[in-house]
Design a binder for this molecule. Structure first.
Ligand code: IMP
Ligand code: MG
Length: 188
C-alpha cells in the first residue's frame, strides 16, 4: 500500500516491529515483578498492543490497563495541565508498572502519569515511549525505554493522529507541508 498523499514514511513497519522486540527484551532484563502495563490513550494504543505481545514473547506475563489523558493546549503551546479522561481500574500498590506512551515531548504527560502512579503506591514506574523528541522537554523526565529518537516534526500514524485522522497507518509518517495547527485540544 502506498502512503496517503503528503505522508512520508519515517519509521516503517519492519523497523518498528524489530525495535519492539528489542524493547521487550530490555524490559525483561529489569526483571519486573507483578507487572502492570499502563497504556496512555489514545496515541499509544497500537504501540502498546504490539509491545505487550513482544513482552509475552520475552517471557513476561503483564496485566494491562489504560489511562486516557489529555493535555490542554493554548494555541500550539501546552498549558502544562493534564486531565484524566479515564482512569485505571486496577490497584497499583506495590506493583511494577510499565507506563507506555507514544511520544515523549515536553514530558508533561509522562511526568503526570508517573507521579500519579507513584502517589498511589506503585513500587516502580518504568516508562516506554515509541518516540522521543529530545529538544522539546519542559520538565525533567526520561523514559527508560525509547523506540526511536524523532526529529522535531509533527508525526502521525501507528496510533498517532492529526485531527483524529491517520491513526490507522501501520507506520510512523510525517505530513509534508503541514500548514494547519495540529489541534487545540490534544486528545493524546
Ligand atoms: P508531552 O510530552 O506532554 O508534551 O506530550 C506529548 C504528547 O503530545 C504525545 O503523547 C502525543 O499525544 C502528543 N504529540 C506530541 N507530538 C506529536 C506529534 O508529532 N504527533 C502526534 N501527537 C503528538
Ligand atoms: Mg499521547
Amino acid at each position: 500500500m502506498t502512503p496517503p498523499p503528503r505522508i512520508r514514511v519515517l519509521f516503517d513497519e519492519t523497523a518498528i516491529a524489530r525495535r519492539n522486540e528489542e524493547l521487550a527484551q530490555e524490559v525483561a532484563k529489569q526483571k519486573p515483578e507483578n507487572l502492570l502495563v499502563v497504556a496512555v490513550l489514545k496515541g499509544s494504543f497500537m504501540f502498546a498492543a504490539d509491545l505487550i505481545r513482544a513482552l509475552h514473547r520475552a517471557g513476561l506475563e503483564p496485566q494491562v490497563e489504560f489511562v486516557h489523558l489529555s493535555s490542554y493546549l493554548d494555541g500550539t503551546v501546552s498549558s502544562g495541565q493534564v486531565a484524566i479522561l479515564r482512569d485505571v481500574e486496577s490497584d497499583v500498590r506495590g506493583r511494577d508498572i510499565l507506563l507506555v506512551d507514544d511520544i515523549l515531548e515536553s514530558g508533561r504527560t509522562v511526568a503526570f502519569a508517573k507521579d500519579l502512579l507513584m502517589a498511589r503506591g506503585a513500587k516502580r514506574v518504568l516508562t516506554a515511549v515509541l518516540l522521543e523528541k529530545p529538544h522539546k522537554r519542559a520538565v525533567t523526565i526520561d523514559a527508560e525505554f525509547v523506540g526511536f529518537t524523532c526529529p522535531d516534526v509533527f508525526v502521525v500514524g501507528y496510533g498517532m493522529d492529526v485531527a483524529h485522522s491517520y491513526r490507522q497507518l501501520p507506520y510512523v509518517g510525517v505530513i509534508d507541508h503541514m500548514d494547519t495547527e495540529p489541534h487545540l485540544f490534544d486528545e493524546q
